[in-house]
Design a binder for this molecule. Structure first.
Ligand SMILES: [Zn+2]
Ligand SMILES: [Zn+2]
Length: 239
């Protein structure tokens, strides 16, 4: 027979459109703002509901805080959660500001509490004289927890070594991970700071991050993003 039945084709075509529209509706958007003298990446993750979470607010100077509030205002976002991947000073400088500005509770891993408690002393050491302290975490995150906002959710991965209570936030569905200072583009987090341990860090990366899909985008705490596949192939600490 020399004819083509296009019914199935058109059906699958429409199905495809529906699926892509549906997944588009809930697509998360990751925005990076770079703050403070450590060039720390602050992440804002939002979805189509306009709710967003703020991860590691490193904003310290007034102009940095204005940049953050302007971004939230311009995009008409509603921050609902404040999260620290870990509590090194460069990642918590804006904790108090952000929690007060949008009335947010802090989420972190309990093993990083000593770092948060000690952040004031560390701030002085690095010349952050205006550091105002941080609220105490209202919620402790652990391996396997699900963090929800808007219509989205992120999986919590416990990845110690750079800091004792370091967590990463993963979306398998959308193919990205917020890796904090665990894994960088061509490097790994330092392990010479209090609570750091080289073997633990390598173990975390090899057992928790490298098994992820190779196309997973890695958003790092400093510097440009990368992918699991690229780091697996070429990271000098891992090959
Ligand atoms: Zn760090
Ligand atoms: Zn850092």
């Amino acid at each position: 027979m020399n004819f083509r039945d296009t019914t199935n084709e058109s059906y699958s075509f429409h199905t495809l459109i529906n699926i892509s529209l549906q997944s588009k509706k809930y697509t998360m958007k990751v925005t990076t703002l770079i703050f403070n003298q450590f060039q720390e990446n602050t992440y804002i993750i939002s979805d189509n509901t306009k709710e967003c979470i703020i991860i590691d607010p490193g904003c310290y100077q007034d102009f940095e805080r204005t940049e953050l509030t302007d971004f939230i205002k311009t995009k008409n976002l509603k921050p609902v959660k404040l999260i620290n991947t870990h509590c090194h000073i460069d990642h918590v400088l804006g904790n108090k500001f952000v929690s007060e500005q949008w009335d947010l509770e802090l989420y972190a891993h309990k093993e990083d509490l000593p770092l948060l408690t000690n952040a004031g002393a560390v701030a002085k050491m690095y010349g952050f004289e205006k550091y105002e302290g941080s609220p105490y975490p209202k919620h402790f995150l652990e391996e396997g927890d699900t963090l929800k906002f808007g219509a989205s959710e992120l999986e919590i991965i416990f990845a110690p070594g750079h800091a004792p209570g370091h967590i990463c936030l993963l979306s398998k569905k959308e193919g990205f991970i917020i890796a904090g200072d665990v894994l960088f583009n061509g490097s790994i987090g330092r392990t010479d700071l209090p609570g750091g341990d080289y073997d633990t860090l390598i173990e975390s990366i090899k057992t928790k991050l490298l098994p992820l899909d190779e196309n997973t985008i890695v958003y790092c705490g400093h510097g440009p993003s990368t992918s699991i596949g690229k780091e697996k192939m070429s990271n000098p600490f891992l090959v």
